[in-house]
Write a protein that binds this ligand. Sequence first.
Ligand code: GRF
Length: 200
Amino acid sequence: MKEIGVLASGRGSNFQALIDAARSGYFPAAIARLITDNPEAYAIKRAKDAGIPVSVLDFGSFPDRGAYEKALKREMEASDPDLFVLAGYMRILPLAIVKAFPGRIMNIHPALLPSFPGLHAQRQTIEYGVKVSGCTVHFVDEGTDTGPIIIQRCIPVEDEDDEEALAARILVEEHRILTEAVRLFLGDKIRIVGRRVIIR
Ligand code: GRF
């Protein structure tokens, strides 16, 4: 059985979508571990309810970012699943971690990259005034939301939308494309060619 490791910092609805997909047999893998930087993350409760082991690396308890990142790398290497998924993990992974798992870390982002990377993507979307937004699953490289794109889905931005309303509609599609990307990856259907991801 293949294994997935998940990194999440908060609510964990994308993590829950992965739990449900694994449980229903949508993809043939077990979620081996949740790693979180936030001891208050609701994702921890979701993991416990599903019987998934949790590693809490409380960012605030480390002397500096470097010390946290070293501990995170150790933790990730110790569990060493087939794939890591960043499901609402709110920090940038350092190059050392990206290099340790080449082509084996995915992220979900609530905008059509390369537009609106970084934090508060839905707020940036509303403020800019674009008419179409969406979400992106991509492989993680050392940049901020810059890695090769696996799947994108479009969502129209309505005149009445505020940040919350738009975020809620995008989230529904996030859950779909994240689980779909994981299924393709685990089925060996994904090939990375330069910046392009070819799906067969
Ligand atoms: C999602 O919108 C995700 O794309 C972004 O942070 C949010 C996390 O939501 N990176 P959740 O924790 O998965 O519910």
